[in-house]
Design a protein around this ligand. Sequence first.
Ligand code: NAD
Length: 480
Amino acid sequence: MEKILNYIDGSLIEPVGKQYIDNYEPATGKVYAQIPDSDQQDIDLAVESAKRAFPKWKALSNDDRFRYLMRLAKLIEENIDELAAAESKDNGKPISLAKMIDIPRAASNFRFFATAILHFPSESYEMPSTAINYTLRHPLGVVGCISPWNLPLYLFTWKIAPALAAGNCVVAKPSEVTPMSAYLLSKLAIKAGFPKGVLNIVHGLGQKTGEAIVKHNDIKAISFTGGTQTGAKIASIAAPLFKKLSLELGGKNPNIIFADCDYDQMLKTTVLSSFSNQGQICLCGSRILVERSIFEKFKQDFVDKVKKLVVGDPNNNKTRIGAVVSKSHQEKILSYIKIAQDEGGKVLCGGHKINIEGRCGEGYFVAPTVIENLSQNCRTNQEEIFGPVVTIAPFDTDEDALSMANDTQYGLSATVWTNNLKRSTHFATHLETGIVWVNCWLLRDLRTPFGGIKNSGVGREGGFEALRFFTEPKNVCIKY
Ligand code: NAD
């Protein structure tokens, strides 16, 4: 059975304590690899190595760092088949999705930040006839990156790439639920010739390995993506240590559909925004709000399309819905469907697990589920389920739609479907979210600020925002 290793000080090594955790393939329910159960000692080694590497890495020109990152991007692209297969096996997502979205985006993350650092400006303010102020932006030192299981390599590299580009050395931990692509990345970093200690990838459990990163005095910043409760725990540890914190957390995103929209485009995209990656994308629209005049038509058309989604073996290219990530997550999703029914919800399709014949007989599959008849303040509409489950509800006026959309503790993203320009700009202004899509979903330009408000997070990733996070500004004032 394959043993994943930590990548510390340029080498692939066993955890100091020699302890391992089982790694499951969600589509089969079988253990297929072992993950290091790393602890404080492993993090100490990684931090020491990163500290040793920092002076030289920081002193490189942006152009030199650009070359390392571009080499890694190219290696990811050259190994797309192996990486996509690994991501699909580890996560349960369709291999076609991993090949089309996850792995290409991981390569783009490195390419994007490799080039972004070449163009990263800093401010200067002149006080006429008196002085000139200019701002230096220096890397922070050793930084920690902690990522979740839903888009494993995609989100892992979204943090590592800007941290490295800005001149920091990194101690990173992927989710213990989906460690394989991060392990393969460490092998590619070795191939790319990264200097020892610049990037360290340590595997293990959140409360052990993750907390050891957050608590470490020599780690100057934490970039975290994951659940809101974990974010709160990390903030409670990191804030008194005055670490910089970027928290990308959960969501309960509204998808607001007006009768004046481009109906076919909306319908097609709404199936994707509800169920891509088994609904396990923080940006999936889980509360679908529909103008009453088209509610019945939408309901019928939407449910018809959802029933046709092929649920099955992620290795099959026809599969649109693979396995959810773990048995415990499958149980959580099913328990929320039960809660929805107890709250008076009517299940229009799905609502149960699915048994797939053959090699996936023991896998964790959930039928895509659409539920109606629920108020906005019930648990189903307030708590993040993070699976293939959406609710639909009608609304009468723009103001109703806006207040239903904003009636949540979360504020990550929202989608609005309308051809009315005035209405779309009104919603864009008043929706309490960090991201608004109008007549589209998940259309990403990596230069844009990415993140949420309310309980969906603090800070922004993406573009120069990420480079600002991973650097410390210092103002210099020179008197004439
Ligand atoms: P999680 O919070 O359980 O774990 C995320 C990461 O944090 C993992 O690597 C985990 O090991 C680590 N971790 C757990 N406890 C920790 C602790 N006490 N200290 C340090 N690290 C710890 O989240 P998950 O279940 O892996 O991912 C699903 C969640 O992520 C959902 O809530 C989803 O909305 C959110 N998410 C948000 C975004 C975004 O950009 N806002 C993107 C993707 C996923």
